[in-house]
Design a binder for this molecule. Structure first.
Ligand code: UD1
Ligand code: UDP
Length: 371
């Protein structure tokens, strides 16, 4: 590993902070110069600073404080600010992770500058262009120099779009690195079950925050109806750490929450891992939660019409049900009864090391960026 390579890491939301935490930690371990640029897309303490504290991450070097807004407003503001920072610090490589607006802005800003771009979690495809995340990830993949695909399936999607083989690196997903590091610790330290009055394997964990679900009153109402049927079929209660976007919509739509659902604030990483690890079934529309459920060996039911994580379904860890109430109930019962001895398709927890090996060797060997 060459530790003269200056890496800039752009992040802005909860999943990016979690999934890039092992990369940031590895940079520090190997004395690789690393500048952290936080766009400020997420800013509420429970989506942001709580993870910096708990994952023991350094304060961002640059905090752009862009905040919420329409897609264009938010992405445009980030783009201008990230460009200014990159011009100032002149890194060798910019790393972005996932499919948020922060990723799009970071990638576009870097693509017009003499700097290489690494896209962590490249090649995921829902094939649903209605989703803003699909646009973000396709565009990021097509301009990035290093495509860090978590699985062979995602690498195949990249090839099928004509992307050069030499740009593609199958590394596994950094979420494995993060979950492996923290789940035992969560099991020892977290008191969340007692605090919420939950018994292990006798509750369903719910997360729902995707725009296509919670911004549509009918879909959000159907989702709750399905969750209620699932809870009743299993005789389990439901705990729902609610994302601020979903909370906002719940208020706007004046929806009634079923009695079986305990609404709680977004959880910190250790408490959330502990809820995942001990849930009977996880119902979710989150990308990261589908992966973690699969890694932790907990059955998952995905409340979406598609998933860019088909590997979780292929190994038998996940089922796609949309928001039809009967489908949610049937899916939950079927997954609850299923054996959980599947293989983790997301790698062995060395993705961060592989990513750093790749970017720090190539940018120097290829003399693409002057040192
Ligand atoms: C974003 C990502 C989504 C990802 C999610 C992770 C995009 C297009 N979407 O969605 O892919 O799954 O992050 O959680 O990038 N809000 C707060 N506090 C915050 C942040 C947001 O209250 O710290 C509220 C605001 O009302 C805001 C709304 O949540 O308008 C949506 O925030 P935004 O960052 O636009 O999208 P997310 O739904 O968080
Ligand atoms: N997460 C968390 N607390 C919560 C809900 C989720 O720590 O209350 C973590 C979860 O462990 C996973 C990540 O947040 O690593 C997933 O983020 P989110 O669902 O917001 O976004 P997505 O993965 O769908 O983009």
């Amino acid at each position: 590993m060459n530790n003269n390579t200056h890496i800039a890491i752009v992040l802005g939301t909860r999943p990016e902070i979690i999934k890039l935490s092992p990369v940031i930690r590895a940079c520090h371990q190997h004395d690789i110069p690393c500048t952290l640029i936080h766009t400020g897309q997420h800013y509420s303490e429970e989506l942001d600073s709580v993870f910096f504290d708990q994952l023991e991450l350094p304060e961002p070097d640059y905090h752009l404080s862009v905040g919420s807004g329409s897609h264009g407003e938010q992405t445009g503001a980030m783009l201008a600010e990230i460009e200014a920072v990159l011009l100032d610090i002149e890194p060798d490589v910019v790393l972005v992770q996932g499919d948020t607006n922060s990723v799009l802005a970071g990638t576009i800003a870097a693509s017009k500058l003499p700097v290489e771009i690494g896209h962590v979690e490249a090649g995921l495809r829902s094939f649903d262009r209605e989703m803003p995340e699909e646009t973000n990830r396709v565009l990021a993949d097509h301009v990035a120099d290093y495509l860090f695909a978590p699985t062979a399936t995602s690498a195949d999607y990249l090839r099928s779009e004509g992307l050069d083989e030499e740009r593609i690196h199958v590394t596994g997903n950094t979420i494995v690195d993060a979950a492996q590091r923290h789940s035992d610790f969560a099991a020892k330290k977290s008191t969340v079950l007692d605090e919420l009055g939950l018994a292990p394997e006798e509750f369903i964990l719910l997360t729902a925050h995707r725009a296509e679900n919670v911004d549509d009153r009918g879909r959000f109402a159907d989702l709750f109806a399905g969750v209620e049927r699932a809870a009743s079929a299993l005789g389990h209660e439901v705990v729902y750490p609610i994302h601020p976007r979903a909370q906002q919509r719940l208020n706007d739509f004046d929806l009634t929450i079923p009695d079986c659902v305990q609404l709680v604030d977004p959880q910190d990483y250790l408490d959330f891992l502990e809820l995942e690890r001990t849930a009977s079934v996880i119902l979710t529309d989150s990308g990261g939660v589908q992966e973690e459920a699969c890694i932790l060996g907990v059955p998952c039911v995905t409340l979406r019409d598609n998933t860019e994580r088909p590997e979780t379904i292929d190994v038998g860890a996940n089922r796609l049900v949309g928001v039809n109430p009967n489908e949610i109930r049937t899916g939950a019962v079927e997954m609850y009864e299923r054996t959980t001895e599947w293989e983790n398709p997301f790698g062995n927890g060395t993705a961060s090391e592989q990513i750093l090996d790749t970017v720090s060797e190539r940018s120097v060997d290829g003399q693409q960026v002057p040192q």
